[in-house]
Design a protein around this ligand. Structure first.
Ligand code: ZN
Length: 384
């Protein structure tokens, strides 16, 4: 739209207040780790590898395992094919490093590999991997059991009865390709800390020595890794409050806002459709938004209104008395334009601009206007 000038909303208009209150309610960050991010659970034993190549392979394997498990049809042992070349590409390691890491992980009973051979050429087709999780038997012995699939479930490890895991957003994986092993050890320790803190946010109260202890690094290596994470803006730390950033944006995650908007959108699609609005609906909307009686506006043509609610018919300090602003309330048009300021668009966009809210909130405003909340109290509060 050509003109972005906004009119200050009189806050005492009841519906405006309602929308503003609703906005305030939604602006609170919901409790939960990495809301709006694709995420996976990685066993905390990844910390044993202090950010080395096996840690990168574990991360990549558990990320893939989550995908395989989610899309599986039945509950059963989770086994999937992995090409070393693919793992190398995803982790930034060389193929040789991937092979060595797999050998180490196999030695540590973290996974079990089968290496099928092609009958024709006898060449290497790829690994078939089964991931193993340490579990305690009734006799108190630690045994390593294969992971079971959990179809349509987002938490593979919790579904497998494991509690010792780190919640990791998927976009960490491309980000850590650039990070040194010390940096990775610190980042994983930080993610472990916020997961175990259980505060439902990406921040936790922790001291540097405690964080170093989790990372398993020596003092010098820890300092190096910690500095790297801070300078790369993967972490923030002040007054013993550690925050793990959105690895993509390098600042505290804001994705829960998108998710809110997303849910909001989906809900509206079913509850309130702009395509089903009538001319009368638009008459009510304009009456409210423009604070003038619009109940007699004809439906079949453009109708002039003075002043334009966006430019207030002011140009170079002078007020033009000529009505330059027109609306069309026939639902298939539902538009407005102003010859003076050049603003044009849909009526719902006009409402958004005049009220100083987003178009999506204006639609909600429109919905509330036509269906006052008393009739549908359960629709007003948005639960995440
Ligand atoms: Zn105008």
């Amino acid at each position: 739209m050509a003109n972005r000038k906004q009119v200050v909303v009189p806050k005492d208009r009841p519906f405006v207040i309602e929308v503003l209150q609703a906005q305030e309610e939604y602006s609170g960050k919901p409790v939960g780790l990495w809301i709006g991010h694709s995420r996976f659970q990685c066993p905390s034993f990844v910390l044993d590898y202090a950010g080395g190549s096996p840690a990168r392979v574990v991360l990549s394997l558990y990320d893939r395992a989550q995908g395989h498990s989610y899309s599986s049809k039945h509950i059963g042992t989770l086994t999937f094919k992995v090409r070393a070349e693919t793992l190398a590409e995803r982790t930034g390691l060389t193929v040789a490093q991937v092979y060595r890491s797999q050998v180490i992980l196999e030695r540590d009973n973290r996974l079990y590999r089968r290496q099928p051979l092609s009958k024709a050429s006898r060449t290497f087709l790829g690994n078939e991997v089964t991931l193993l999780l340490p579990q305690r038997t009734k006799q108190g012995q630690l045994v390593n059991n294969p992971i079971s699939t959990a179809p349509k479930k987002p938490g593979l490890l919790s579904e497998n009865g494991m509690r010792d895991y780190i919640v990791i957003p998927q976009d960490t994986l491309p980000a850590i390709k650039q990070v040194s092993r010390h940096g990775l050890a610190v980042l994983l320790a930080a993610m472990e800390a916020i997961t175990k803190a259980g505060t439902g946010t990406e921040s936790a109260r922790i001291t540097k020595p405690e964080l170093r202890h989790i990372s398993g690094l020596g003092l010098v290596a820890f300092r190096k890794g910690f500095r790297e994470c801070l300078s790369q803006k993967l972490l923030a730390f002040s007054d013993n409050v550690l925050t793990v950033h959105d690895p993509h944006k390098r600042r505290p995650t804001q994705r829960w806002r998108n998710r809110r908007a997303e849910l909001f959108h989906q809900r509206k699609k079913f509850a309130f459709d702009l395509n089903e609005r009538t001319a009368d609906d638009y008459r009510s909307l304009l009456t409210k938004v423009l604070n003038t009686d619009c109940s007699d506006i004809p439906e079949d043509d453009w109708h002039r209104i003075w002043p334009c609610p966006l430019c207030l018919n002011e140009q170079n300090g002078k007020i033009t008395k000529r009505p330059t602003f027109a609306v069309h309330i026939e639902p298939s048009v539902a538009g407005f334009h102003c010859y003076l300021c050049g603003a044009k668009g849909k009526l719902i966009q006009l409402a958004a601009q005049v009220l100083g809210i987003s178009t999506s909130d204006a639609i909600e405003y429109f919905r509330l206007l036509l269906n006052p909340p008393v009739q549908e109290p359960e629709e007003v509060a948005v639960q995440i």
